[in-house]
Design a protein around this ligand. Structure first.
Ligand code: ATP
Ligand code: ZN
Length: 301
């Protein structure tokens, strides 16, 4: 029987861009859970893992303070809090970054008023930059030896130049529509971000550590499966060497004899990269026939 102490707590965003994708990831790892309406915690039924649903900004501190063992937030939030915590503590890294999860992609960019004089970060010396990520921006400016004033906003950063509160901004961008709507032009990218898994830097009891390792292995499997394909084809024995060269990201294929065909074999192989039409056309040109590409449901590396 697993007691409460040994249950893993993972914090994810309660309601926002990362919520559905994070829950989906955990479900694909095999976790079944019950979640009452508006409940802050969802209890795992078949694994000793419970999910805490909170604001993304609170996730790094929950992991630092050992309230949760794991957390998922955008790298932008993780890095901002890491710099902030490091500055106010003497105890070292507040958490460990364990995986980039391949969803929630966005970038943190500078942006300048359209039609104005500013065109690059070099022009920002002595000026004001509005952002919700003051620690990341200050750290970046320091590495470039640019002295500028960083002004912390808690939201709606893009209206700062129009209000006369700053000359430029630094904010998350995905399509650039919000920037254009506010008469701003996208500048340099400081950071590319995606959903990031963090864990407590503390040691956890053995039983918990085993489940954490299992969960990580399943997460790796889920990420791998997204791109992986199972390919089957018939191939002339004489073309095998060339066909192997054409298979993207594959390990050793399985070669099987074909009933009553001596000069051909069946080739089965898992490709760990997406398989495009072009690849199939090239395989066909090399002599392959009866090509079949299938999705992979689960994978344990
Ligand atoms: P919360 O209420 O949890 O504080 P929020 O408003 O801070 O929510 P969301 O807008 O849901 O957060 O974004 C969560 C994360 O999603 C961001 O921190 C970022 O890492 C990622 N993200 C992906 N695409 C975008 C985008 N186009 N704009 C903003 N964030 C994005
Ligand atoms: Zn937030």
């Amino acid at each position: 029987m697993i007691d409460k102490q040994n249950r893993i707590k993972i914090a994810i965003q309660k309601s926002g861009r990362l919520t559905d994708l994070s829950l989906d990831l955990l479900q694909r790892c095999g976790l079944k859970y019950t979640r009452g309406k508006d409940q802050l915690i969802a209890f795992g039924e078949n694994m000793p893992i419970d999910i805490l649903l909170v604001r993304d900004d609170d996730i790094p501190a929950l992991v630092r303070d050992d309230v949760c063992d794991l957390g998922i937030a955008g790298l932008n939030v993780v890095e901002e809090k890491r710099l902030r915590f490091l500055n106010s503590s003497t105890t070292g890294e507040p958490f460990e970054i364990v995986r980039q999860l391949d969803y929630g992609q966005c970038k943190l960019c500078f942006a300048y008023p359209e039609g104005g004089k500013l065109g690059s970060i070099e022009d920002l010396r002595g000026l004001r930059i509005a952002t919700t990520y003051p620690w990341i921006v200050a750290d970046f400016l320091r590495t470039r030896s640019i002295e500028a004033e960083v002004i912390e906003f808690s939201g709606a950063v893009e209206i700062a130049p129009g209000m006369g509160r700053a000359e430029a901004i630094c904010d998350l961008v995905s399509t650039g529509t919000t920037l254009r709507a506010n008469n701003l032009r996208e500048g340099e990218t400081l950071m590319k971000s995606q959903a990031t898994l963090i864990r407590t830097p503390l040691e956890v009891p053995d039983e918990k550590a085993d489940w954490m390792a299992r969960l990580l292995q399943r997460i790796d499997g889920v990420m791998q499966v997204r791109e992986s394909k199972y390919i089957m084809m018939h191939a002339p024995k004489s073309a095998l060497a060339e066909i192997r060269k054409l298979l993207p990201g594959s390990e050793a294929p399985t070669i099987l004899p074909l009933d009553s065909l001596d000069d051909k074999v069946a080739v089965h192989v898992v490709c760990r990269e997406n398989v495009f039409w072009e690849t199939l056309e090239n395989l066909k040109a090399a002599g392959a026939s009866s090509l079949l590409v299938m999705p992979v449901e689960k994978m344990l590396p």
